[in-house]
Design a binder for this molecule. Sequence first.
Ligand SMILES: [Zn+2]
Length: 84
Amino acid sequence: MKIGDLVEVKGCPPFVEIPTKKCGCFFCTGKSNRIGYVISVAPRDGFQVMFDCGAFQLDAIDEAVGGVEVIDIDQRAPEVRSER
Ligand SMILES: [Zn+2]
């Protein structure tokens, strides 16, 4: 993860024991599409990431455990890159 990266936050696990319970996290309450843009560095190896529902700090550990994935735009759409 670095400044300028697009990142995607993985979905929250469902509440198996209480199906009617809703997740109260930043992304669920904000109805975010969970895709964000890394705008700056933050303390403790973290990054400030701008999502559609607002800014949120992600830490290096979030990426290490697989909760956050960097989206490789070049790999997904090489034809877009060549048109620039
Ligand atoms: Zn959630």
